[in-house]
Design a protein around this ligand. Structure first.
Ligand code: NAP
Length: 276
């Protein structure tokens, strides 16, 4: 089996395929439908979307049309960051599951601890309230695993203290040159699995000469090196592409980055999004 199709285990026993297909900024309609279908055709078994991406209907149609058995595909969607009341969260969850046209969701996440227009705002109580909706549908079997995204250790502590079920996943931005070390350490210690979003720095890290130099050593692209780096860190990268050749390339990760090169890549500390 190719590395990208292997799975990690969440603490509740659910298996999550190592590489997920990201769908942020893929337009609803043909673009999202074709990209997801292309990914599934090329062996991806893990799709990441969100109500906020506006493409769940197209993603769901592609999943159904792929004819792959439902239980073989791992589907993640997310509760919009702006929603912080129980009632609105329940409506949003039902909207997502209907949009996708699926009987259950594999992983449902709170998209962020604060609305995107108010990053850093204290929504502790709202997060506890909306998380109760995740717990309700998890217990009903409509969600196989629940979690959070963009949560700091304090945000997660608040959930653990005031809710019943510990999150299984935290999805955070993580790529060569950028990571939240305190959050990663906290999640590892608490058996909360890390998914790495923007594993290619939304494309920006691909023009970095230092990364390219290491990629050349292994005869792979910078994108492949960046994804393999995250696999060796034990997390699940979620690369996005609308081009078939790149969708395929991002699955070819069966090589090993040597320890010395891993250390070198870890030492690249700039946020590639600020490189220019
Ligand atoms: P990304 O996967 O880091 O990078 C995507 C960019 O890289 C696109 O411009 C893509 O171009 C290009 N690309 C992909 N593969 C390539 C390759 N092999 N060679 C050259 N260029 C390549 O971007 P992202 O969308 O920021 O992050 C990935 C996923 O993470 C999202 O789609 C979403 O599912 C998730 N995410 C979650 C959050 C959150 O708050 N939870 C936030 C951001 C992202 P083309 O598409 O033109 O090929």
């Amino acid at each position: 089996m190719k590395e990208f199709q292997k799975t990690y285990n969440l603490y509740n026993g659910v298996k999550i395929p190592k590489v997920g297909f990201g769908t942020w900024q893929i337009k609803s309609g043909d673009e999202a439908y074709n990209s997801v279908l292309t990914a599934l055709k090329n062996g991806y078994k893990h799709i990441d979307t969100a109500l906020a991406y506006g493409n769940e209907k197209s993603v769901g149609r592609a999943i159904r049309d792929s004819k792959i058995k439902r239980e073989e595909i791992f589907v993640t969607t997310k509760l919009p960051a702006e929603i912080k009341t129980y009632q609105e969260a329940e409506i949003a969850f039902i909207e997502s599951i209907n949009n996708l046209g699926l009987d259950y969701i594999d992983l449902y996440l709170i998209h962020a601890p604060w609305p995107w227009s108010e990053i850093g705002k204290d929504c502790s109580n709202g997060n506890v309230q909306v998380y109760k909706v995740l717990e309700k549908y998890y217990k009903l079997g409509k969600i196989k695993a629940i979690g959070v995204s963009n949560f700091s250790p304090n945000d997660i502590e608040n959930i653990i203290k005031n809710n019943k079920i510990k999150p299984m996943v935290n999805q955070i931005d993580y790529f060569i040159g950028f990571s939240h070390e305190d959050t990663i350490k906290y999640c590892k210690e608490n058996d909360i699995f890390i998914e790495a979003y923007s594993p290619l720095g939304t494309g920006y890290l691909l023009s970095n000469a230092d990364i390219k130099k290491i990629a050349d050593k292994y005869n792979v692209s910078s994108a492949q090196l960046a994804l393999r780096y995250l696999l060796q860190k034990g997390v699940a990268p979620l690369p996005k592409s609308t081009h078939e050749e790149r969708i395929i390339q991002n699955t070819q990760l069966d090589f090993e980055i040597k320890e010395a090169d891993m250390h070198y890549l870890e030492s690249i500390k700039n946020d590639p999004r600020k490189w220019g």
